[in-house]
Design a binder for this molecule. Structure first.
Ligand SMILES: [Zn+2]
Length: 466
């Protein structure tokens, strides 16, 4: 127990000072937590504090210190920011949360155009991750062994404490293997003592078979208990399960982790009914890891402040978005966690709405900063991906995953076979949205513009039709 206390001190010291973690402290903490859970079944009192981080009164001082170190590293070590600070004659030591806006935000195009310019001179890159964005060319982000090990062990702690993951669980990843999340999740899950299954983003029918098939391995639940998916792939699984007559009792799932795309309440409820599991929504992105968010029961996205500085900026002016307005998430990940690809004020392009004063959270995560859930993209008319999906996914007659596109203010929706009442019902649901009309089409080929979903990033397998 004395060893644990010392490691907790080491961990807390890094959290407070913004300096690098000693990996053996963090790894040992995760291992101690696993043993505690295996022995006593619960994490023990005060364990939550380790993740919740600091007293709110300290937060401001911590933010200032962490930011100062991060800016200093970026300005000294990365060619891109070194050049900017030199050209503009700005002293990196002068940057505080109040003056951070002096530094122009870094766009995806900046990073995509010259990924190496953001890599620290002192880095030891070991893994190159590709983003799986649906807008075109992937962004490449380098990671070091330190980053991967640190993020995995911290994520293992979070999965055990907040995610209730136990060593009897079987976790299946059905996300793109190119994502850094694949590596991090595998390491995090196995560190908790749970088993990891490389399911892959395979044909949904194959995935359902695997989920339903008992594994018969010692010390584990009979079937896969945890499933990690993108929202559109979850939609494809729901569709296939309904089509194939699967029932919740066919599966042993307890939690489905959804991320990477807009998850509507309608899809969440339908998936929970289909699989008899709780669906948890989260937010993460390769470039800004380990900064990420959790969606609470009240439907806020909570973005903890201790792994990076989060700003919500107007998508056009890149000035702070007003309460009630839509803004893009802009993140400066702290150098405590990131020592390879260094980013200051990275514009994620993911839109959220800033909460108004009368919407301040009173949920279980109220201590953590909150926004609306991710809204997706926004049309020139002000329509967000979430607005559209809320309307379409409430309608069970439409095929999943939902496919649509806009042409001006006309919404084109893939509806499969024609259904007389469907259009009327959708028009009723869409009342009040900035739309001139809805056009139902039969297949995705009939849409005026492609509707790209992560569910389309399927991996081939030989299992079907053999
Ligand atoms: Zn909340």
């Amino acid at each position: 127990m004395f060893g644990t206390a010392v490691r907790q001190l080491g961990y807390a010291w890094s959290m407070m000072s913004g300096r690098r973690f000693r990996l053996r402290d963090v790894n040992a903490l995760a291992d101690d937590m696993r043993v505690t859970l295996e022995t006593f079944g619960s994490p023990g009192e005060g364990a939550d504090d380790m993740l919740a981080g600091s007293d709110p009164e300290l937060q401001e001082d911590l933010t200032r210190r962490r930011l100062r170190r991060t800016v200093r590293h970026a300005a000294a070590e990365s060619p891109y920011y070194r050049r900017w600070f030199e050209t503009n004659g700005v002293d990196p030591g002068s940057i505080t949360p109040a003056t951070l806006s002096t530094i122009p935000p870094t766009s995806k195009a900046d990073l995509r155009g010259m990924p190496a310019a953001f890599v620290s001179d002192r880095a030891r890159p070991v893994v190159l991750a590709h983003t799986t964005g649906t807008t075109g060319t992937p962004t490449m982000v380098w990671f070091s062994a330190y980053e991967i090990e640190l993020m995995s062990s911290m994520s293992a702690l979070a999965l055990m404490l907040a995610g209730n993951l136990r060593s009897a669980d079987l976790w299946a990843n059905a996300i793109s293997s190119r994502s850094i999340a694949q590596i991090l999740t595998e390491r995090a899950v196995t560190r908790t003592g749970a088993a990891f299954v490389h399911l892959g983003a395979v044909d949904p029918a194959v995935a359902l078979d695997r989920l339903a098939t008992p594994m018969h391995v010692p010390g584990k639940h009979p079937q896969i208990t945890q499933l990690n998916v993108t929202a559109s792939y979850l939609a494809a699984l729901v569709q296939e399960a309904e089509r194939g007559g699967w029932q919740a009792g066919d599966f042993g799932l307890s939690t489905i982790w959804s991320g990477g795309e807009v998850l509507t309440d309608a899809l969440r409820v339908r998936a929970e009914h289909t699989f008899g599991a709780q669906v948890r929504d989260g937010y993460s992105m390769t470039e800004i890891a380990p900064v990420g968010g959790r969606v609470c029961a009240d439907g806020h996205l909570h973005l903890p402040a201790d792994q990076g500085l989060v700003e919500i900026l107007d998508p056009v002016t890149l000035r702070p978005a007003e309460p009630g307005a839509v803004g893009t998430i802009v993140v400066t990940p702290y150098s405590t966690y990131r020592d390879t690809t260094l980013l200051l004020r990275y514009v994620t392009g993911d839109l959220v709405r800033v909460l108004r004063a009368d919407e301040q959270p009173s949920c279980a995560l109220a201590a953590l900063p909150a926004t609306s859930r991710v809204l997706g993209r926004v049309s020139p008319g002000g329509l967000t991906t979430r607005d559209v999906l809320d309307v379409l996914q409430a309608e069970h007659a439409l095929p999943l995953p939902t496919r649509w596109s806009l042409e001006g203010s006309l919404l084109y929706v893939v509806a499969g076979k024609s259904d007389a009442g469907l259009l009327g019902r959708l028009e009723e649901r869409a009342h009040g949205l900035p739309l001139d009309g809805i056009v139902l089409v039969e297949t995705a080929d009939d849409l005026p513009a492609p509707c790209r979903l992560r569910a389309d990033l399927l991996e081939l397998s030989f299992e079907r039709g053999l």
